[in-house]
Design a protein around this ligand. Structure first.
Ligand code: SF4
Length: 684
C-alpha cells in the first residue's frame, strides 16, 4: 500500500500525516508537506505514531460484564436499558459523555440521537474540561463560537502574546512556526505563565503572573491602551457594541501588585503592545482551566476588539484547542450547552433542528455540563450513561468522586480501543472501538480546518466505528429513519447540510457547499478551512446587529493573586505524552523523555517544607493525595507546585494527579479550575 494521507490524532494543531504501512501493524510516518497546518513538519509525538499502532492492550470484542458477547447482544442490551430508563424516569435520566478524540461523524450521530431522538440535552464531552471557557467567551463576544484567527496570522504578526500555553511542548508545530516567524521577521514574543516553561525561556519577555490574575492583567492593558490613545475609535463605532458605562466602569487596578510582577516588566509589556499593532494573543489551558476562564477569554477579546486588532492579517485573539477534534465536537453540538451546528436552544432553533432531523422530539434546553453530569450520576439521577473515547475516572476533577458516580450509575457503557481503563472497570458493557489508522472520518483543528482521518490498517478483531454502534442502538430503540447511514461520507453530508439549513448568513459555520459531495469526493477531500483565513475580515459578526460586543468583566477578589497562604497546585502536560498514556505509553522512544511524574517546586519552598531534590513527596489537596518525585527548580514561582496529568492507577501507584484538583468551576462555561488548587506538600 502506498502512503495514506491522514491527520495526527493528538493535539489541536491538526498536522497532516502520511502513513505508509510496512507490515500488518507497522507503518512509516512522515509529515504531509501539502497540509497547510504543518507543511510537512511533525513533533516527537506525531513522528513516533508508528510505534503506537500495535494491538497491545486493545479491546477486540464486545464484552458484557466479564464475558465476551456478540455485537447484537451488546447493542440490544444497550438499547433495552436506555429505553427502560427513559420509560421509567424520562429522557434526562440517560446521558452520553463524549470526547475530543472522536471524529466529527461519530460526534454528529451521538448528538443527533441524544438531542433529537431521545430528547435530552445530556450529552457533554471531555472538551468541557479543555476549552469550553473559550467557547463561552466567543459566544459572548461574537454571538457564535468562531475562532477569529488562522495559523497564517502567526506568520504576519509583529507581536505574539502566549497566555497560559506551554506551546513548545503542547502545540509544538505551532511553536516551530512562531520560531520561524521570529527568525524571519523579528516577531516579538511575550509569554504569560506562572511557570518559566521551555516556551517562556525563549520569550523576549516572560511575565510569571500569580495564578488566575490574567483578568487583572488584560483589564489593566485595556485601560493602558485607552490612556495611550490605542483604541480604534472607528472600529468601535462601526463594528462593536459597547455597553453603557463600559469605559467609566473599567477598574483602576494596581496590576503589578495583583499579578505579583515587577512594575518595569509590566511597563515593558505595555510598551510592546503599543509599539506593535499586529498582535496575536494565543491562549490555551492556563486561561480556560480556571474558575474565571470565560472572563479571562473575554478580557483578551475585549482588548483586541477595542484596539481593532482583529479581522486583519497578523491580529486577533486566538484560542488553541488541546485535543485533535475538540473543534469538530463544538461544531456538531457535542457540548451540552450547544444544540447542533452552532445553534442554541431558542424555540426557533430547536424547531429548526427538529425539522431538519425529522425527529420525534427535541431536547427542551441545555443538558448537564460534565461536572454537573457526574454529580447527578453520583446522586443516582442518571440511570444509564454511554462513555466514548475518554477516561473520566482519571481526567475529571475530583476523580475519586467521578468513580463514586460511575459506581452509582446502574448501567455504564464504555466504547474504547483499550481493554481495561480506569473507567471501563465500572462498565456493564464494553464496545471495541476503532483506533487511529483504522478510523475513517473528519476532524477540525484549532484554525477551523477540516481534515480527513483516513484508515490505513485493517480493523482488528470485531472493532467497529463508533458512529455505527450509536446508529445501531438508535435503530434498536425504534428510531428507524434517522440512523440509516451508509458510512462516514453520508454522515458528513448530512452534517454539512444541517450547517446550511435555514442559515441565510446568520451563522458563520456553513459547510453546505459540501452537502452534495459524492463518496469518492469525500474520500479525496483536501483539508479546508470554514470561514476562510479571517472570518471577520468583512467586519460583520454573527449577532443580531452584526456587531461584536465588549463584555464588562467584574473584578473579583479571586483575581487578587492568591491571598490564600496555602500552596497552589498547577497541572499540565509533558512534551512526549498524551492524556493518560494509553497510546504514547506504547512508544519506547516517547517514554525516554520523562520516565516518571515529578512535582516541581521552587528551591525556597522546597527548603521550607524539608524536601530534597530527587526525594519523594506527598501532595495533598481537599480531594486526595498522591506521591511524586521532587524536582527542585527555580522555574517555579514560590509557594506553587506543578505536576503532570498523565499517570493513572493503571500506569502507576503514584503520581495520580487526577485525584487532586477540586470541582470548582467557571459559572458560565462550567469548566473546572485545574490550574489553581489549594494544596500542601510533605516529605514521604
Ligand atoms: Fe500531532 Fe500536535 Fe505534534 Fe502536530 S503538533 S504532530 S498534531 S501532536
Amino acid at each position: 500500500m502506498s502512503g495514506v494521507r491522514t491527520t495526527c490524532p493528538y493535539c489541536g494543531v491538526g498536522c497532516g500525516v502520511i502513513a505508509t504501512p510496512t507490515g500488518e501493524r507497522t507503518a512509516a510516518i512522515k509529515g504531509d508537506a501539502d497540509h497547510p497546518a504543518n507543511r510537512g513538519k511533525l513533533c516527537s509525538k506525531g513522528t513516533h505514531l508508528g510505534e503506537t499502532i500495535g494491538l497491545e492492550g486493545r479491546l477486540l470484542h464486545p464484552m458484557i460484564g466479564a464475558k465476551r458477547a456478540s455485537w447484537d447482544e451488546a447493542l440490544d442490551l444497550i438499547a433495552a436499558r436506555f429505553s427502560a430508563a427513559i420509560a421509567e424516569h424520562g429522557p434526562d435520566s440517560v446521558a452520553f459523555y463524549a470526547s475530543g478524540q472522536m471524529l466529527s461523524e461519530d460526534y454528529y450521530v451521538a448528538n443527533k440521537l441524544m438531542k433529537g431522538f431521545i430528547g435530552t440535552g445530556n450529552i457533554d464531552t471531555n472538551s468541557r474540561l479543555c476549552m469550553s471557557s473559550a467557547v463561552a467567551a466567543h459566544v459572548r463576544a461574537f454571538g457564535e463560537d468562531v475562532v477569529p484567527c488562522s495559523y497564517d496570522d502567526l506568520d504576519a504578526a509583529d507581536l505574539i502574546i502566549l497566555v497560559g500555553s506551554n506551546t513548545a511542548w503542547c502545540h509544538p508545530v505551532i511553536w516551530q512556526r512562531i520560531e520561524a516567524a521570529r527568525k524571519a521577521r523579528g516577531t516579538k514574543l511575550v509569554v504569560i505563565d506562572p511557570r518559566r516553561t521551555e516556551t517562556a525561556e525563549c520569550a523576549d519577555l516572560h511575565l510569571a503572573i500569580a495564578p488566575d490574575t490574567d483578568v487583572a492583567l488584560f483589564t489593566g492593558l485595556l485601560a493602558e491602551a485607552q490612556r495611550r490613545w490605542q483604541l480604534d475609535g472607528r472600529y468601535l463605532a462601526e463594528c462593536v457594541s459597547v455597553p453603557a458605562g463600559f469605559w467609566k466602569d473599567l477598574p483602576k487596578l494596581d496590576v503589578a501588585r495583583i499579578c505579583d510582577i515587577a512594575p518595569e516588566d509590566l511597563r515593558a509589556f505595555y510598551d510592546l503592545f503599543v509599539a506593535h499593532p499586529r498582535t496575536v494573543t494565543l491562549f490555551s489551558q492556563g486561561v480556560n482551566q480556571s474558575v474565571r476562564g470565560t472572563d479571562k477569554g473575554n478580557a483578551v477579546i475585549n482588548l483586541h476588539l477595542a484596539t481593532g486588532r482583529i479581522g486583519k492579517p497578523g491580529a486577533g485573539p486566538f484560542s488553541i484547542t488541546g485535543q485533535p477534534n475538540a473543534m469538530g465536537g463544538r461544531e456538531v453540538g457535542g457540548l451540552a450547552s450547544t444544540l447542533a451546528a452552532h445553534m442554541g436552544f431558542s424555540d426557533a432553533e430547536r424547531d429548526r433542528a427538529q425539522r431538519f432531523w425529522r425527529s420525534p422530539t427535541i431536547c427542551a434546553g441545555p443538558g448537564l455540563k460534565a461536572v454537573d453530569l457526574f454529580n447527578a450520576m453520583a446522586r443516582g439521577k442518571i440511570k444509564a450513561v454511554w462513555i466514548m473515547a475518554t477516561n473520566p475516572a482519571v481526567s475529571m476533577p475530583d476523580a475519586r468522586m467521578a468513580r463514586v458516580a460511575l459506581a452509582n450509575c446502574p448501567f455504564v457503557v464504555v466504547s474504547d480501543c483499550i481493554a481495561e481503563t480506569d473507567t471501563s472497570l465500572y462498565a456493564q458493557v464494553k464496545l471495541p472501538a476503532l483506533g487511529w489508522g483504522e478510523k475513517d472520518g473528519t476532524v477540525t483543528n484549532s484554525e477551523r480546518r477540516v481534515s480527513r482521518q483516513r484508515p490505513f490498517l485493517a480493523p482488528p478483531g470485531e472493532t467497529r466505528a463508533d458512529w455505527w454502534a450509536v446508529a445501531e442502538v438508535g435503530r434498536r430503540m425504534g428510531f428507524a429513519n434517522g440512523f440509516d447511514f451508509a458510512g462516514p461520507a453520508s454522515i458528513f453530508r448530512e452534517f454539512a447540510a444541517q450547517t446550511g439549513f435555514e442559515n441565510e448568513g446568520s451563522r458563520a459555520l456553513d459547510l453546505s457547499d459540501k452537502a452534495g459531495l459524492g463518496d469518492a469526493d469525500y474520500d479525496a477531500m483536501a483539508p479546508f478551512q470554514w470561514g476562510g483565513v479571517s472570518p471577520f475580515a468583512e467586519r460583520r459578526y454573527p449577532t443580531s446587529d452584526g456587531r461584536a460586543r465588549l463584555v464588562p468583566i467584574a473584578f473579583s477578589p479571586r483575581d487578587d493573586g492568591g491571598r490564600d497562604t496555602r500552596l497552589r497546585l498547577n497541572t499540565g502536560r509533558y512534551r512526549d505524552q498524551w492524556h493518560t498514556m494509553t497510546r504514547t505509553g506504547l512508544s519506547p522512544t516517547l517514554s525516554q523523555h520523562r520516565r516518571e511524574p515529578l512535582v516541581e517546586i521552587h528551591p525556597d519552598t522546597a527548603r521550607s517544607y524539608g524536601l530534597n531534590d530527587g526525594g519523594l513527596a506527598r501532595v495533598t489537596t481537599a480531594q486526595g493525595n498522591s506521591i511524586f518525585r521532587v524536582a527542585i527548580t527555580s522555574s517555579m514561582r514560590r509557594r506553587e507546585v506543578f505536576v503532570p496529568i498523565h499517570w493513572t492507577d493503571k500506569t502507576s501507584g503514584a503520581g495520580r494527579t487526577g485525584l487532586l484538583p477540586g470541582d470548582d468551576r467557571d459559572p458560565i462555561s462550567g469548566q473546572p479550575g485545574f490550574k489553581n488548587t489549594p494544596a500542601t506538600i510533605a516529605p514521604f
